[in-house]
Design a protein around this ligand. Structure first.
Ligand code: FPP
Length: 238
């Protein structure tokens, strides 16, 4: 079966640039082009949910100029691509903490979400200023506040109660997580939601990620057998 939800860790922009003797910012620019191509390709392939890791809560520790360049690229991406995304019926949502973001960026995120809120062709989730531990901690704080106020009994808290307080409330879990650039780790991305995701690690750097790579990753996913902690189907009957 096709993955309904694909999440991507877009890694390797810096290495792509270095290999060409270019500054890291050129890698991020090429990364935005790859993101555009991927959203289009995913839509054409009928992927319903696409989540991309655009900026992690740990990325603030990069040199100031690089952080400012990434912020500029997000501004540009929303300003340039929002109309096309909206035209194509893409619903945009942003996960991550909004605290400490520059006011114009926070406003652009709200604009992208509200303009596209009624769209139903495809969902694009942008993880921006996102860290899974931070997300989980904020959900735990919300539940603790509810318990303290007497709105819930701590002993009766369910997984669904917890999920309802994550940034991804109401969204399906990722079926397939793709990471480019040869690294094989999750880097604080969707830790709760990835419990039963399949992983595909690709060697290409993100700016080189193509429609063919996406199709190939989907084929690998389709060959995997997902058991969700149970046994294989033919063994269940024997
Ligand atoms: C990883 O490459 C990529 C990022 C930290 C950011 C991903 C960002 C984009 C694809 C473009 C920006 C898009 C938006 C919408 C903000 P790296 O710099 O870690 O590469 P390296 O590991 O080779 O140094």
């Amino acid at each position: 079966m096709k993955p309904a939800h694909i999440a991507i860790i877009m890694d390797g922009n810096g290495r792509w640039a270095r290999a060409r003797g270019l500054p890291r910012t050129a890698g991020h620019r090429a990364g935005v082009e790859a993101l555009r191509r991927t959203v289009r390709a995913a839509g054409e392939m009928g992927v319903e949910w696409l989540t991309v890791y655009a900026f992690s809560s740990e990325n603030w520790s990069r040199p100031k100029a690089e952080v400012s360049d990434l912020m500029g690229l997000l501004r540009l991406f929303i300003r340039r691509d929002l109309a096309e995304l909206h035209q194509n019926g893409v619903r945009v949502r942003v996960i991550g903490s909004r605290e400490g973001l520059e006011p114009d960026i926070a406003a652009l995120l709200v604009e992208a979400e509200s303009l596209t809120a009624q769209n139903t062709n495809m969902n694009l989730i942008v993880a921006f200023n996102y860290g899974a531990r931070d997300e989980i901690l904020r959900a735990a704080q919300a539940l603790a506040a509810d318990a303290l106020a007497g709105r819930c009994d701590p002993a009766l808290i369910t997984q669904e109660d917890f999920e309802a307080r994550l940034d991804t409330a109401g969204m399906p879990e990722p079926d397939l997580i793709i990471r480019t650039s040869g690294e094989q780790r999750l880097s604080n991305f969707l830790l709760w939601q990835a419990a039963y995701a399949e992983f595909v690690f690709l060697h290409c750097n993100w700016p080189d990620f193509s429609e063919d790579d996406l199709a190939a990753a989907i084929r690998v996913f389709e060959e995997r057998e997902r058991r969700f902690g149970s046994v294989a189907q033919q063994e269940a009957v024997s």
